[in-house]
Design a protein around this ligand. Sequence first.
Ligand SMILES: CC(C)(COP(=O)(O)OP(=O)(O)OC[C@H]1O[C@@H](n2cnc3c(N)ncnc32)[C@H](O)[C@@H]1OP(=O)(O)O)[C@@H](O)C(=O)NCCC(=O)NCCS
Length: 201
Amino acid sequence: MPGVREGWSGAAGAGGTARLVFDVRRLAGPTTLLRPWRAADAGVLAGAWRDPAIRERLDVPEPADEAAASRWISQRERAWAGGRSVDWAVTDTPSGVVIGEVGLSRLDPVRRAALIGWWIAEGWRGRRRASEAVRLVLDWVLADGPLDAVMAEIDSDNQASAAVARRAGMRRVDASRRVAGGPEDAPRLVFARTRTSAGSR
Ligand SMILES: CC(C)(COP(=O)(O)OP(=O)(O)OC[C@H]1O[C@@H](n2cnc3c(N)ncnc32)[C@H](O)[C@@H]1OP(=O)(O)O)[C@@H](O)C(=O)NCCC(=O)NCCS
C-alpha cells in the first residue's frame, strides 16, 4: 500500500553547497504513521534508550534521561532542515503511541546516498512494525524522494534486523566486515537498496 505523503523534497544549493531537502514530514502505512519527533515524546524516547536491547545495538546518550532526550528532539528540526539527518518517530496509527524510530544519517548530497537505522520499543516487537516503517521510508525516498541509494549496517548476529532489512527490500551487498566507529567495532553486515531496485524484495 503506498504511503500517504505530505510535502515536497529535492536538492537545494546553499552558498554553492548541495543540500538534500526532505520536506516530507509524514509517511503512513497500514498500521504505522511516521512523523517528526515532538517535545512531548521525550519520556518515551528516554525509556527506549534505557532498554538493554537497544543499548546493545545502537549508540545512545549517557545518561539516557529525559533531559538528554529533550535535547536530542530539539536538535532534530535543525538537522532535518540542514540536510544532516532525518528522524521520524514511528507511531501506532490507531493509538498514536510512539513505538520506535527510523532515521537517515550520513546524508551525502553528491552521491544522493544515506545510511538508515531503526529501533522498535519493547512490547511492540514481532509485529512487523519495523519492516513496515523501514519500507515506508525506502519506498518514498527511493521513488519520489531525493536519494538514489540507502545502506544499512547491521551487527552480524542481529538476525531480526537483517530480516527487517530484507522485508524492506534491501539486499546484502557485502561480506561480513568490521565497521569502525560502531559499538565495539562489531562485525557488521551491509545491506542496500537503490532507486533502480526500489520496490523489489
Ligand atoms: C530489530 C528490531 C528493530 C525488529 O523490530 P520488529 O518490529 O520486531 O521487526 P519485525 O516484526 O518487522 O520483523 C522482525 C523479523 O525478524 C524475525 N526475527 C525476530 N527475532 C529473530 C531471531 N532471533 N532470529 C531470526 N529472526 C528473527 C521475525 O521473524 C521477523 O521476520 P519475518 O517477518 O520474516 O518473520 C527490534 O527488535 C529492535 O528494535 N531491536 C533493538 C534495536 C536494534 O537492533 N535496532 C536495529 C539496529 S541495525
